[in-house]
Design a protein around this ligand. Structure first.
Ligand code: NAP
Length: 262
């Protein structure tokens, strides 16, 4: 599994991680993914999957980079602290590796939220601060509200059907050394069943490499710096397939074809 640096922390995270929104299975798929190198697990207080994630990493906590999120309605100072305490309890861990603000909330000043996030770092409850669904200007504002920490990542939607972040967010994050964590990288499963023009192109390219549609798409997503992807998979075969989307690379020509023809 190829790795990329998280922000400029020096910490390396896998280019394919494990999403857990609507994850319904037990420990096996997550443990399989971890054993295949996909040791970045993404959850959120709102997903209802923190308990199963906690159970899945029992005994192997140190092998895993654990990311969770505080919901947009919990962004007042005391609510952030309480939400983190509750996530730590559900995950049965001492420190969250990456704590992300799930969505911006225009009704709560980001400076208040970021102060609380810094307090969590100084109390050892979280290691790194991230955001999610933040625009470039919202990311800048969040960074400016921090006094000693940095925003290390922004988790945003990125897939063949939604490439908006290529315009401003990816270039900005690249220049600021902020990791982009691509969510719904498989278009929630749609890219894999659609008989679309895009699907035909991906299949044609996949044939050359003997890779599946999901593998080509994940490889195309992670070919961009500083992007890593977090597909969600309940099925063991899907986990295996997704993890094998790393350790090889589409040619520049094929990346350009996907860029231009989808
Ligand atoms: P996704 O990863 O694009 O798609 C998941 C769907 O694709 C599932 O139905 C899964 O099926 C299927 N799938 C996975 N691998 C496959 C494969 N190799 N072949 C065929 N089908 C495959 O969608 P997502 O869950 O929306 O996004 C991934 C993660 O991003 C989430 O789990 C969550 O952690 C995060 N996320 C974050 C936000 C946010 O606001 N920050 C929003 C959405 C998602 P099975 O499960 O049956 O294997």
């Amino acid at each position: 599994m190829q790795k990329k640096e998280l922000g400029k922390t020096g910490v390396m995270i896998p280019e394919i991680g494990l999403g857990t929104w609507q994850y319904k299975d037990g420990e096996r798929p997550l443990r399989l993914g971890i054993s295949l190198g996909a040791n970045l697990i993404d959850t959120a207080e709102i997903y209802g999957t923190e308990e199963i994630v906690g159970k899945s990493i029992e005994g192997i906590r140190e092998q895993v980079f654990l990311a969770t999120k505080v919901s947009a309605q919990h962004l007042h100072h005391e609510d952030v602290i309480r939400a983190a305490e509750a996530s730590l309890r559900r995950l049965k861990i001492k420190t969250i590796d990456l704590y992300q603000v799930h969505w911006p909330n225009p009704r709560i000043p980001i400076s208040e939220t970021m102060k609380a996030m810094e307090e969590l770092v100084s109390r050892g409850m979280i290691k790194y601060i991230g955001v999610s669904n933040f625009s470039v200007s919202e990311t800048k504002e969040a960074q400016e509200a921090l006094s000693s920490e940095r925003i290390v990542s922004n988790q945003v939607q990125y897939n063949l059907d939604d490439r908006e972040i290529e315009n401003e967010l990816i270039p900005y994050c690249k220049s600021e050394k902020i990791s982009v964590i691509a969510y719904s990288p498989l278009s929630r499963g749609d890219v894999l069943v659609k008989r679309s023009k895009k699907g035909v192109l991906i299949d044609e390219i996949g044939k050359k490499y003997q890779k599946s549609r999901s593998q080509v798409v994940l490889n195309w997503i992670t070919s961009r710096d500083p992007v890593v992807a977090i597909p969600k998979a309940d099925k063991l075969d899907h986990v295996r397939e997704n993890c094998a989307a790393s350790d090889w690379r589409l040619s520049h020509d094929d990346i350009r074809r996907i860029d231009e023809e989808t």
